[in-house]
Design a protein around this ligand. Structure first.
Ligand code: FE2
Length: 384
């Protein structure tokens, strides 16, 4: 068995109605005054009502900031850091999608250690666990930010994503309540769900995978694929939405501990060039990347395809695997993941730059097969 390190710094509390215990959970962590970050929609629709009520009944003092955009930029982050009296809070409660949760982690870092968020850009630049406890209440099922070690913002100066990665910034608590996911619209549910599925598949195949991460990843693949269509089609199917939610958090627990691979490496330049949702980018390259990785890890890819319910045993192995990719493509088409880059304005002259950026990505070295620039270009050409 390979050596491994497995970290889960976050206390994960899950259950229907769990959001109404947020106040007592914050209190349990010794906190009394929290900055509540959320987005306008959740605030206006009163979806965070149970959270607010729980803060009141637990006697937690709070200030609400409901200004977080869908994908915040570094400039917007700086504006928040400058205008909020961050040091006056002992905790930051984030209720929303991955962006809201990521902003909370970033604000805790600058509140505790000073400077600008750009000072912490990259890997392991955060000196210690921030003073402000981060309590994460996700309302979408996908990014896994409620347990992850990452902050992702848009770097508008460089037209790329801005990352802060450190296990020191994992939330103190993740509160997952399936009731909060009822309001997630179809397209958001699809893109975030596919993102989670790709976290699970890439973690399972990663060079840094361990027996622990493989166990989490494979169960996540099962929960996500078995419930995907029902969960996105019917926001009131709480059983399916709960399975997706638990699967998404499990996928990131695996992903954070094993790192990801080529789909995520490709997604970064694809999103920067064509401004598509992250889950759309990950999903559209998944079949081609799995096929590419099967050359190095055929047995594991087959296990994934079987767990996804895409494998027929009755015909020869190659034919079966080809059929599984066809079924995967059909599944992605059915849930409206666009399969061709042409729909986003792809130009032949973009190919080299995207392949180069993918090759240099921090996520490429843990891909099970070491790609050349030409290998990456070939994968891109399959989706043009
Ligand atoms: Fe992702």
């Amino acid at each position: 068995m390979n050596e491994f390190t497995f970290d889960l710094p976050t206390s994960w509390r899950h259950g229907s109605g769990m959001a109404s215990r947020t106040g007592e959970i914050i209190k349990e962590f010794g906190c009394r005054k929290t900055l509540l970050l959320t987005d306008r929609f959740l605030l206006e629709q009163k979806i965070i009502g149970p959270v607010l009520k729980s803060l009141d009944s637990a006697g937690i003092e709070y200030v609400v900031c409901g200004e977080i955009d869908e994908e915040p930029t570094v400039r917007f982050f700086d504006y928040l850091a400058d205008t909020l009296d961050l040091k006056s809070f002992d905790s930051i409660l984030a209720v929303g999608g991955g962006s809201v949760l990521d902003v909370a982690k970033g604000l805790a870092v600058v509140a505790s250690f000073g400077g600008n968020i750009r000072d912490y850009n990259g890997f392991d630049k955060v000196p210690a666990v921030p003073d402000q406890k981060i309590i994460a209440v996700p309302t979408t099922s996908g990014t896994g930010s409620e347990v992850s070690d990452g902050v992702v913002l848009i770097d508008e100066e460089k037209n790329t994503k801005f990352l802060v990665i450190s296990k020191k910034i994992c939330p103190a608590a993740a509160i997952t309540d399936p009731e909060l996911t009822r309001s997630v619209p179809y397209r958001v549910a699809v893109c975030s769900g596919i993102d989670a599925l790709v976290h699970a598949t890439e973690s399972f195949l990663s060079r840094d995978a361990s027996i622990i991460t493989e166990t989490f990843a494979l169960k996540a693949v099962e929960l996500l694929t078995k419930n995907f269509k029902q969960a996105v089609a019917d926001s009131q199917n709480i059983h399916a939405r709960e399975s997706m939610q638990v699967g998404a958090t499990m996928a990131m627990i695996a992903g954070m501990n094993s790192h990801l691979g080529l789909c995520h490496a490709l997604a970064m330049p694809l999103c920067a060039h064509y401004h598509m949702p992250h889950g759309q980018a990950c999903g559209m390259v998944l079949p081609a990347v799995l096929q590419y990785n099967a050359e190095a890890e055929n047995e594991k890819v087959v296990r994934l395809l079987k767990t996804m319910g895409l494998y027929d045993d009755e015909i020869g192995e190659d034919a079966t695997q080809d059929r599984a990719y066809e079924k995967l493509n059909a599944f992605l088409a059915e849930i409206s993941i666009v399969s061709k880059l042409g729909s986003f304005g792809y130009r032949d002259e973009d190919l080299s730059g995207i392949a180069e950026a993918t090759l240099e990505s921090a996520q490429t070295p843990t891909n099970p097969r070491k790609p050349s620039k030409q290998d990456i270009a070939d994968i891109i050409l399959k989706v043009t």
